[in-house]
Design a protein around this ligand. Structure first.
Ligand code: NOJ
Length: 556
């Protein structure tokens, strides 16, 4: 059996601080704002808060470009405010996981200022510098945010690598001094009492020697460098060294964000004897609605495709390693708009998706606003968008002649600002998020969809999440039980069975807008469901209503 651990039994809630709660009227969320909303999280029942970056940053990528790892971003408050926040969180019996962004820093970080200043500076080698090739960049890699992954710097007449924006130069993990400085910085935060790290694109830190050109698609001016920087040659060595130097000395939770990771690699990153990480964020289920052209190449994702992918991950990490479970984060569109129905069945389908995910094996992550069924947003003007990835894509594709309407459709479907519109607290101006002008507009549906409304409604999505979290805390089968798919060829239902120590849990979820029947006699009693009454059951037929979800439990 899988060994027990608190982080396997926990439910995590992600806060994107910029959009959670403003306490000063600046229009930007802040630490004291978060403190003022801890009741909401305690009532929901979550165990751990993961805070997206709150470090000093020029905000080219909303804090994922860090200028000083030991300072708090001025807009968010002071170190004292952060310490108070940590104390408040601990005081309520919850834990705090910080974001760790060490694949790159900001170009305004002191290390980079030193590094770019001369070829023989002590910090030169903290970043990845190369000479140009034939009057252009050193290789053909494109940046994740568009354009070349290389920026020419006149001071030393050479190029530095930036897999993200040009203000996010990649750190050079080949350099021993850099690695030791990172470990010391992590130790300082752990000694302050943080309970773990979510590690930003941590599987990008080891680049293949020689930085070879990547494969290039016909119309793309840039090559895909990912085979040479994702899960690179020294990644396990670096993580084991980090574990040895830092992680093993603390009782913490670690989750590595890992685009492009497959299930065998995930096992290697997370199995206990490898001494690396507790779990990873994989992205396969987030990429199923994208074509070969990447995230903006929109494709429908039929439910069976989603089902077989999630099932594959459940089975692959069943005995070794551990899964994270998530539908949403600050980079993804809202799940109820993506895989549910955010119109007529918003509440029912949001609850169905919640039940489907929270009854699986792994540690569930809830992203702010998911617990009240927040939806994607459609702003008319590109000027209303703030996200660097979205804006770069729009400008680049407009130059390529793609019509405005087509680009807005892509942004409505996949843009990161869908997740970043301010948290909808109540029906007052700007949804109670700020008394000033919000940095990103509030979704206009806030008068109907907000936390105050959810508190009033006993049948709300919020209380459904609360119930799911409570059940996970009470029942070992939800945390540790085995997983097996039921009805694996059905076009419209996602059903599975969990087993643990003689207990059985069966989960039935419909993705259909129409009623349907399953030939099945579920075991035991309905434990939880998203309709007031349990589904109809007559001589071996279970009648599921639109987007119905029900879990049945039997203790032998
Ligand atoms: C992944 C983060 O989640 C995303 O928001 C960020 O833009 C990139 N890594 C770069 O740090």
């Amino acid at each position: 059996m899988t060994s027990r651990a608190w982080w396997k039994e926990s439910v995590v809630y992600q806060i994107y601080p910029r959009s959670f709660q403003d306490s000063t009227g600046s229009g930007v969320g802040d630490l004291n704002g978060i403190r003022s909303r801890l009741d909401h999280l305690e009532q929901l029942g979550i165990d751990v808060i993961w805070l997206s970056p709150v470090y000093d940053s020029p905000n080219d990528d909303n804090g994922y470009d860090i200028r000083a790892y030991d300072k708090i971003m001025k807009e968010f408050g002071t170190m004292k405010d952060w310490e108070q926040l940590l104390e408040d969180i601990h005081g309520r019996g919850m834990r705090l996981v910080m974001d760790l962004v060490v694949n790159h820093s900001s170009d305004e970080h002191a290390w980079f200022a030193e590094s770019r200043s001369s070829m023989d500076n002590k910090y030169r080698d903290y970043y990845i510098w190369r000479d140009g090739r034939n009057g252009g960049p050193p290789n053909n890699w494109g940046s994740v945010f568009g354009g070349s992954a290389w920026e020419y710097d006149t001071q030393t007449a050479s190029y530095y690598l930036h897999l993200f924006s040009r203000k996010q130069p990649d750190l050079n993990w080949e350099n021993e001094g850099l690695r030791q400085d990172i470990y010391k910085m992590m130790t300082r935060w752990l000694d302050k009492g943080v309970d773990g790290f979510r590690m930003d694109v941590i599987n990008f830190i080891s680049k293949a020697p020689g930085l070879p050109d990547g494969p290039r698609q016909e119309k793309d001016p840039y090559g895909d460098g990912s085979p040479f920087f994702m899960n690179g040659p020294r990644i396990h060595e670096h993580l084991q060294e980090m574990h040895e130097n830092v992680l093993r000395h603390y009782d913490i939770m670690t989750v590595g964000e890992m685009p492009g990771v497959n299930e065998e690699q995930a096992v290697a990153y997370t199995k206990e004897e490898n001494n690396e990480l507790n779990m990873v964020f994989q992205f396969e289920h987030m990429d199923l609605d994208a074509g070969p052209g990447g995230k903006w190449d929109l494709r429908p994702c039929p439910m069976p495709v989603l089902r077989s992918n999630l099932t594959k991950w459940q089975k692959a990490l069943e005995h070794e390693g551990w899964n994270s479970l998530y539908w949403n984060n600050h980079d993804q569109p809202r799940v109820v708009s993506r895989f549910g129905n955010d119109a007529a069945f918003r509440k029912t389908s949001a609850k169905m998706l919640a039940l489907l995910l929270h009854m699986m094996k792994g540690t569930p992550f809830i992203y702010q606003g998911e617990e009240i069924g927040m939806t994607n947003v459609q702003f008319e003007e590109i000027a209303d968008y703030q996200d660097i990835e979205t804006i770069n894509m729009y400008n680049e594709q407009r130059r390529n002649g793609v019509p405005h309407e087509e680009l807005m459709h892509r942004i409505y479907t996949k843009g990161r600002d869908n997740a970043r519109t301010p948290m909808q607290w109540d029906s007052s101006k700007h949804a109670g998020f700020t008394e000033g002008t919000p940095w990103l507009k509030v979704n206009p549906n806030y008068p109907e969809i907000n936390a105050a409304e959810a508190m009033e409604d006993q049948d709300s999505i919020f209380y459904f999440y609360q119930q799911l979290i409570r059940l996970r805390h009470e029942m070992d089968i939800i945390v540790y039980g085995s997983f097996d798919l039921l009805f694996q060829d059905h076009p419209e239902v996602f059903c599975y069975e969990r087993r643990f120590a003689g207990e059985v849990l069966q989960v039935y979820c419909s993705f259909s807008t129409d009623p349907l029947h399953l030939e099945v006699e579920p075991v035991g009693e309905r434990l939880i469901g998203n309709y007031g009454e349990a589904p109809g059951l007559k001589s071996g037929h279970l009648a599921l209503r639109p987007f119905e979800a029900a879990a049945y439990y039997l203790k032998s």
